[in-house]
Write a protein of this length. Structure first.
Length: 319
């Protein structure tokens, strides 16, 4: 489904309301106006892609709710069944109206998912907005993680850290399978490990497959910290697709980790500082997400100039 120009303008108005939550007084600033227009343009782009569905709720000639669901190719291949992501869920009005509108959106999105045979759906709720969470829980979504969203700006602080003796950096990914095996247990928390309905070995396998996927094709840049010939740390960056000519070039720091035997030595700081030094010239902004209970990661990012933007609650639904 592709939106008309008038719908894009109306969606931008709804996006401004979503940005202003929970203190939406109908006020507008240049900053949130620009952000809302980018959000609406992104929604239009996603709505026009195959395997996606946009739901809109109208009242008095205005759009009061919007939701977008899209199929996830990589997750579908890994789990062996259709998987989807509710990418956007907006609703405006007082709490009662927002709850009813959100439920209307979710019902439409889940009905489309049923038609596609979807067995697993994920969603991340900014805020976390309790009204949207209540609406999702009424459709049997359940909480799996609470994540902090942070960003680093090229105009801000440039971190530095000295590389210890015996360590070096590499960006060679000619043997991605070998590198991925080195980082088989790099991650053991997050929304999939916190999903009690998913076997731990399946969550481990998912992370291992995600690391391999990053190394093979998804990451635009990678950086490996090595001790001798042994890989001990890894970062990967992938561009963030943005809509509109005014959108700033940005990247997602998808992976940052040091293997357990080498943690607690400041190597994460060394790896992150070098990643920013090497790759930041190509991006105006670098974004990252981490669990709110991962205090070491939060402390590291904030000490390196990353600023907290928002908190998101991750929820899953399984048939």
């Amino acid at each position: 489904m592709t939106c008309s120009r008038i719908n894009i303008d109306l969606l931008a108005g709804l996006a401004r309301s979503a940005l202003a939550w929970p203190l939406d007084r109908g006020e507008s600033t240049t900053e949130n106006q620009a952000a809302a227009e980018l959000m609406a343009a992104r929604l239009e782009r996603l709505a026009g892609e195959p395997g996606s569905h946009l739901a809109l709720a109208w009242a008095d000639g205005r759009i009061i709710g919007a939701g977008l669901i899209r199929l996830l190719a990589w997750d579908t291949e890994f789990f062996g069944c259709p998987c989807a992501l509710i990418d956007t869920l907006w609703a405006c009005g007082d709490n009662f109206r927002r709850l009813e509108t959100a439920r209307q959106m979710i019902s439409d999105l889940m009905s489309w998912g049923d038609e596609q045979g979807v067995q697993f759906t994920a969603v991340k709720v900014p805020g976390p907005d309790p009204i949207l969470c209540q609406a999702l829980e009424s459709f049997d979504f359940y909480v799996t993680d609470n994540t902090a969203c942070l960003s680093w700006s090229r105009d801000g602080y440039r971190p530095q850290a000295e590389l210890p003796a015996g360590f070096s950096f590499s960006s060679d990914r000619s043997d991605p399978e070998k590198i991925a095996r080195s980082f088989a247990r790099l991650f053991y928390d997050g929304r999939f490990h916190n999903d009690a309905r998913l076997a731990p070995d399946k969550a481990d396998a998912l992370w291992q497959a995600a690391v391999l996927n990053q190394l093979k094709n998804e990451a635009s840049e990678i950086l490996i910290l090595e001790k001798g010939q042994e890989p001990v740390g890894l970062t990967t960056l992938k561009p963030i697709q943005a809509a509109g000519p005014e959108a700033e070039p940005a990247a997602c720091l998808f992976l940052l980790g040091v293997i357990e035997a080498h943690r607690g030595r400041g190597l994460g700081r060394v790896l992150l500082a070098e990643t920013i030094r090497r790759f930041s010239p190509g991006y105006k902004r670098i974004e990252v997400e981490t669990s709110t209970f991962n205090r070491p990661a939060l402390n590291l990012y904030q000490s390196m100039g990353f600023r907290l933007n928002q908190i998101k609650l991750s929820l899953h639904w399984r048939r």
